[in-house]
Design a protein around this ligand. Structure first.
Ligand code: MG
Length: 378
């Protein structure tokens, strides 16, 4: 891709801004491999800023507000949705990227994009669709994100999809198959992965306590929570339970981000990498290290056992899987019920895949309304 040069007097070009701000191992806009369908550059928005804007303005992104992260709407309004999770990931990822002098625009685009392929009912929905599509290649939310970006979203009449840069698409392809290729993902993609895990560990702890699934006291059996209480120190005196919960969540994020910055910063400073490609040739990954890594694993095992496998969540999971399976069978047997564009899509990708793509795009509520309409007596 040609260097991005602003034609507007007095404004720095993207290339000028990036040269003064980014480290040599960052992904520079002028080194982008461009888009599948070539387009002229924008006068003052760099290619990754445009990716971010396209993702932000997509309908798949807006629908994340109606998709569950871990908890459904029946438990109240406090907890995270897939959209607020995404926004928290973007915020933490940008903090890390800025401190490591990586490309924040690319990081933000990748963060806003990373969960865009989630079907209704989160991982339960994903497992259900995977089963429905077992004869047609299965279903993965990471793969579906690529389908959204390349085929399902509308932007221009000329090209299908969002026509994102290859850096965003390649980074997402790494999420589909973590073992793919000999290279490491771009450092910007590694930052988003690290931020994703920091974010959900912190907010799932917060939501689980606030929703009463697990008590704050029970969480205090975990080393990472004790570590956070240590950091709060005397500041915890006089805090009521809500304030203490908030203080712990704050420390959970802060200690993980600090750990990632210290460990990754130390490696990057002496790496000698002169380009993003140099960094990709190295097996190094941006992630929590040392005692914190062990403490984090203990917290994640606890969350899996006590929160994600909580009887209330298992019940939702079973309900979601049953509803998706019934709706899948119904659409496959009555193709006329599909919207016109998905009937057309069935000719291109097969009926089962087209039905899966349609169902995966639904919000939790939309799926439930369809289900109640079709199966009122169940
Ligand atoms: Mg995520």
């Amino acid at each position: 891709m040609d260097p991005v040069d602003s034609q507007l007097d007095g404004l720095l070009t993207t290339a000028q801004r990036e040269t003064s701000l980014l480290a040599p191992y960052a992904m520079f806009s002028h080194q982008s491999l461009g888009r599948e369908h070539p387009e002229p550059e924008h006068p003052y928005r760099g290619p990754f800023q445009r990716d971010r804007d396209r993702i932000l303005h997509s309908s798949a992104y807006r629908r994340l507000s109606g998709k569950m992260q871990v908890f459904t709407g029946e438990m109240g309004d406090y907890h995270r949705t897939r959209l607020t999770h995404t926004q928290e990931v973007a915020s933490i990822a940008r903090t890390i990227a800025r401190a490591l002098r990586l490309n924040e625009d690319l990081v933000e685009a990748l963060a806003l994009f990373h969960d865009i392929g989630h079907p209704p009912y989160g991982h339960a929905g994903e497992d259900a669709l995977d089963l429905c599509l077992s004869q047609a290649g299965g279903f993965s939310h990471n793969q579906y994100a690529l389908t959204i970006a390349r085929e399902l979203e509308y932007r221009h009449v000329q090209n299908p999809g969002l026509n994102l840069t290859r850096e965003v698409l390649f980074s997402q392809a790494f999420r589909v198959d973590k073992e793919s290729g000999n290279e490491s993902p771009l450092l910007e993609a590694q930052v988003v992965d690290a931020a994703d895990s920091i974010t959900y560990d912190a907010h799932d702890t917060d939501d689980a306590i606030k929703l009463g699934l697990v008590s704050l006291e029970e969480f205090q059996s975990l080393d990472l929570i004790l570590h956070c209480l240590d950091r709060i120190g005397d500041g915890r005196k006089g805090l009521d339970e809500d304030s203490l919960r908030r203080a712990i969540v704050h420390e959970l994020i802060d200690c993980q981000v600090s750990n990632v910055l210290e460990s990754a910063g130390a490696v990057l400073n002496v790496s000698g990498w002169e380009s993003a490609t140099d960094a990709q040739q190295d097996p190094f990954r941006i992630a929590p290290t040392g005692i914190l890594e062990t403490e984090k694993k203990q917290l994640e095992e606890f969350l899996l056992d006590r929160v994600y496998h909580h009887p209330q969540l298992i019940q939702t999971r079973e309900m979601a899987q049953e509803h998706l399976q019934r709706m899948f069978d119904l659409f496959c047997s009555k193709i006329d019920m599909l919207p016109q564009r998905f009937r057309q899509r069935a000719d291109e990708v097969g009926l089962e895949r087209a039905v899966g793509d349609y169902l995966a795009g639904m919000t939790d509520r939309y799926l439930e309304n369809c289900y109640r309409e079709q199966f009122p007596s169940l």
